[in-house]
Design a protein around this ligand. Structure first.
Ligand code: PFF
Ligand code: NA
Length: 455
């Protein structure tokens, strides 16, 4: 083993960890509502186009770069040229920001596991979510300005992260991912099958699968697809760079990137069937058109789903338990990748032990999370997530692409990766990472900045 930080025991371990990072709240909670907001079937075409032209090529870039440079993001860039080290630090900074609220939403899923036992949301899951759970108005379970129910679960989420990352790459990240991923797949497959076999499901599925070509000219739909692909594949956070640095030096890059990208998006596609099936069922039960069964898209997982569950003919408690447990597992396996990436940067830079870095990151991270457990939490979450994704990750993506493709040189990386990979990529990849991705992504950052600040 070449460094003290750690290494994956097997290729399968790496793939499970990479998929564990990719498959998260983004695949169930975020994907469903973004697809819903962007017209269902209208969204799937841009989503898959961006996956193939940007997502997978970027995965190849990040995995290849991490494997070649053998370090966390900052170290990998520093090894290219000291001048570029700051770029590597950008990634752990936005990762840290993301961690502080991502863990809060995972906390909510744990709360909802608890509520599931009693079906606490009753017949009004919306009021329950905002008032009881988040404490926006009535301040139930509130002490000072803090929602105690959320504070407790957020603490548990950080504790789980602490334990796993403390154990290191092989005994922590790899072991956990090998258990979590198959389990997650089984749980979500059960939910999807249930959703698909409910009366009225077909109306929902139609909304999901019928392409709407007229919306393809709407730049908003494309921007949403960009954002979702970056978020869902954990791109621009230095996570894939860090994980790849734990692979043995001569490992496959190209096939691993394809497996991770297609596996992640295949999972989302499957979950989408279940979710839209459930929406179709709700339309069927209430007589409201599919388009209008929900009004609160962000609350899809926490409002619409409990609502749908209350309408199920049987096993309500069981299905809500399965659903929220699945969300929890998906979220936890993604959050550990963020914590690991930040920890790895600190270990690389300051030469500190893993245990010290973990205590530091989890301690400060937990404190950062507390702000989202207050009555104003949802407000902050919305704003910070928006900026972090729209400008943080996307900007890292552009610059990372430019630096690696032009300064390290795309052709050099490709010629190094091809012989060690299961199959090769051609010159088309150079063109994508040198021109196509920086241009389209750069355009998307500028376009959202204009929409944001000028209009
Ligand atoms: N990919 C995760 C999801 O889809 O939920 C979120 C995520 C994890 C984004 C790790 C970025 C990251 F570095
Ligand atoms: Na994902």
């Amino acid at each position: 083993m070449e460094d003290k930080k750690g290494a994956f025991e097997s290729r399968l371990g790496f793939i499970m960890a990479a998929i564990g990072s990719a498959v998260g709240l983004g695949n169930i909670w975020r994907f469903s509502y973004i697809a819903y907001e962007n017209g269902g079937g209208a969204f799937l075409i841009p989503y898959f186009v961006v996956l193939l032209t940007v997502g997978i090529p970027m995965l190849i870039l990040e995995i290849g770069f991490g494997l070649r440079q053998r370090g966390s993001a900052a170290l990998s860039f520093a090894r290219l040229d000291r001048k570029w080290e700051w770029l590597g630090w950008w990634a752990p900074i936005i990762s840290f920001l993301l961690m502080t609220y991502y863990t809060v939403i995972i906390g909510w899923t744990l709360n909802y596991v608890g509520y599931s036992f009693f079906q606490s949301w009753g017949n009004d899951p919306e009021t329950f979510f905002f008032n009881n759970h988040l404490g926006l108005t009535s301040g139930v379970w509130e002490i000072g300005n803090i929602q105690i129910n959320i504070l407790i679960t957020v603490f548990l989420v950080w504790a789980a992260n602490f334990i796993i990352i403390y154990k290191g790459v092989q005994d922590g990240v790899e072991k956990a991912s090998k258990i979590f991923m198959p389990l997650l797949f089984i749980l979500m497959a059960i939910i999807t099958l249930r959703g698909l076999t409910l009366p009225g499901a077909m109306a929902g599925i139609n909304k999901y699968l019928t392409p709407d070509f007229s919306r393809l000219t709407d730049s908003k739909v494309w921007l949403a697809a960009f954002g979702q692909i970056f978020f869902t594949l954990s791109l621009g956070f230095g996570v894939m760079i860090t994980y790849a640095s734990y692979l043995p030096k001569k490992s496959d890059v190209v096939n691993n990137a394809f497996i991770t990208g297609l596996g992640n998006c295949g999972f989302s596609f499957m979950v989408g069937m279940g979710v839209f099936g459930v929406l179709g069922y709700m339309a069927h039960q209430t007589g409201v058109p599919v388009d209008e069964v929900i009004t609160q898209s962000i609350g899809l997982a926490f409002v619409a789903f409990p609502k749908a569950i209350s309408m199920l003919p049987a096993f309500q408690t069981l299905f809500s338990l399965i659903f929220f447990l699945a969300l929890f597992i998906a979220g936890l396996s993604s959050s550990i990748s963020l914590v690991e990436a930040v920890v790895a940067n600190l270990m690389d830079k300051f030469n500190i032990e893993r245990n010290k870095a973990v205590i530091l990151v989890c301690g400060i991270g937990f404190l950062g999370s507390v702000i989202y457990t207050t009555g104003a939490g949802l407000y902050f979450l919305d704003i910070i997530d928006h900026f972090n994704m729209q400008f943080g990750a996307a900007l890292v993506g552009v610059v990372e692409c430019l630096v690696i493709a032009w300064i390290f040189k795309a052709s050099r990386l490709r010629e190094w990766m091809n012989p060690i990979s299961d199959f090769s990529i051609g010159k088309w990849w150079d063109v994508l990472v040198q021109y196509f991705i920086p241009l389209t992504l750069g355009f998307s950052v500028i376009k959202s900045a204009i929409d944001e600040f000028i209009k």
